[in-house]
Design a protein around this ligand. Structure first.
Ligand code: 13P
Length: 335
């Protein structure tokens, strides 16, 4: 019993609200939001963030919650928290539908949820988002909502490029006012998955600036913008995977990592990264089994993956500007 009490106390200190992270980071740097699915990824994530002294957001998607079991992931996160008491993080539902949002809100485990009704018409998106906001705010949980449409494939959602559309800043203001959501996933030219761009393509900074300026002109408080589809799909990673037997499109490109920080200065406060982590996993395992074809123990490549994933996370946090900010964040969160 006593032990339980202590761990609840610890939990209250280490898991912060997403809103607290946004407050410290807004306009200065972006907080990395990393999707996790298993133990190895979780260990690598915590280690990489503690090594780089960065706060972070753990994202759980619907698919991740189903993969083993949502209770398993929660237990893994709670255990990682005990193993890495220095870590400061929030737990977020990525791309939720209404039912999954309510499940997470009622669970008491999540700091924030994302309701993604961006495929519905504007008014319907507002209606659904507002319902989720009301229920979440009653429990002190913040809500991310999406307006505009990203291209690409994200679990069961697939949007082809001709249907993808950038967020309209005027609509963004109306959307925020009518829903009361806490952050906005805006379509600024990125897409989910490994095949984002061919050749060089830049973020639509004018959309980020437009939202920031119109929100200010409407007398609202600044809106943290969330960038989905932020993986950079490093060419070196794709080449290594293909050299080890993979067949990824070698011309695939992602977001230029040097654009994370300029976007953060304009209000992008949460940067979602999933695909790049999957590429690390694929590269490690393909190379391992290519070089050791007689091996069948999954622990040796698992160990390499945890180390490589931690390095990858620390590198990303450096590019996002969140590395080294942990002391400031802990102070702001009262820890
Ligand atoms: P990537 O596919 O670019 O990693 O994007 C992930 C994401 O936006 C999760 O919501």
């Amino acid at each position: 019993m006593h032990k339980g009490k202590i761990s609840i106390l610890l939990l209250a200190i280490m898991i912060v609200t997403t809103a607290q992270l946004y407050q410290v980071a807004y306009g200065k740097y972006a907080v990395g939001a990393y999707n996790i699915n298993n133990i190895e990824q979780t260990i690598g994530l915590f280690r990489g963030c503690v090594d780089s002294q960065a706060p972070f957001i753990i994202q759980l998607s619907k698919g991740a919650r189903k993969y083993t079991d949502k209770r398993m992931l929660e237990a893994v996160i709670r255990t990682a928290e005990e193993m890495f008491p220095e870590a400061v993080f929030a737990v977020h539902l990525d791309h939720g539908d209404e039912e999954t949002c309510y499940d997470c809100i009622d669970s008491g485990f999540y700091s924030s949820v994302m309701i993604d009704a961006s495929h519905d018409p504007f008014d319907k998106n507002i209606e659904i988002t507002k319902r989720v906001v009301d229920r979440a705010h009653a429990k002190g949980i913040s809500v991310e909502a999406e307006l505009g449409m990203l291209g690409g494939v994200e679990e069961d959602i697939s949007v082809d490029e001709k249907h993808a559309c950038l967020t309209n800043p005027d609509e963004a203001v109306e959307f925020m006012q009518r829903t009361g959501c806490d952050s906005l996933a805006a379509a600024i030219g990125t897409s989910h998955g490994a095949y984002k761009f061919k050749g060089q393509q830049s973020l639509h900074f004018e959309v980020i600036e437009g939202i920031r300026d119109k929100v200010a002109a409407a007398g609202m408080k600044p809106v943290p913008i969330v960038m989905h589809g932020s993986s950079s799909v490093p060419q070196s990673e794709v080449e290594r995977i293909n050299a080890a037997g993979g067949k990824l499109d070698p011309s695939a490109r992602g977001v230029n990592e040097e654009e994370y920080l300029p976007a953060a200065k304009l209000g992008v406060t949460k940067v979602n990264i999933d695909t790049d982590g999957r590429l690390v996993w694929t590269r490690v395992h393909r190379e391992f089994f290519r070089d050791k074809p007689t091996e069948f123990d999954f622990r040796p490549p698992g160990k390499i993956f945890m180390d490589e994933y931690a390095k990858f996370i620390a590198h990303k946090n450096g590019k996002l500007g969140s590395a080294g900010t942990l002391p400031e964040v802990r102070k702001a969160a009262g820890g």
